[in-house]
Design a protein around this ligand. Sequence first.
Ligand code: NAP
Length: 129
Amino acid sequence: MAIFLTGSTGYIGAHVAANLLNEHGASLNLLVRARDAHEAEDRLWRGLQLHLDFKPFYEYLQTRIRIFRGDLTSERFGLSTDDYDRLVHTTDSVIHCAASLRGHQAGARSRPLPWPAPLQPRQHGCGGW
Ligand SMILES: NC(=O)c1ccc[n+]([C@@H]2O[C@H](COP(=O)([O-])OP(=O)(O)OC[C@H]3O[C@@H](n4cnc5c(N)ncnc54)[C@H](OP(=O)(O)O)[C@@H]3O)[C@@H](O)[C@H]2O)c1
């Protein structure tokens, strides 16, 4: 089973992802916004490279990271039925770090996005709410 982590391409989410991979041997289901698999891996690497060398990143990609290309604001994250079922059936907890600055002035605190409602296992947020 895996932890479903949102916001892994962001500042806090990348830190959380790297810590779970490096220090806790966790398996991660990551929701990443991207047009294709290559872009998703590239965007993830850009965030995680502050915390990981490329070799372990690549190993984790093969073994313990499963990327779901989707968007929190879309129904079922915009995933296909098969991908959505795979996400639900392989997730045992959620760490929700995605946030949006939309609607806020530059420099304002980011706004946490709503909980990923379809998933109701143990949940933890990064925003202190
Ligand atoms: N930064 C801090 O020092 C700090 C300290 C304490 C608490 N926090 C809280 O932690 C949370 C995250 O902050 P952050 O600084 O990490 O923000 P961030 O760097 O702006 O990252 C936001 C993350 O959310 C993702 N995201 C936004 N909209 C999405 C959507 N519709 N679907 C899927 N993913 C989406 C972004 O993906 P894309 O890459 O695709 O945009 C990115 O991965 C916020 O609630 C913040 O208040 C932050």
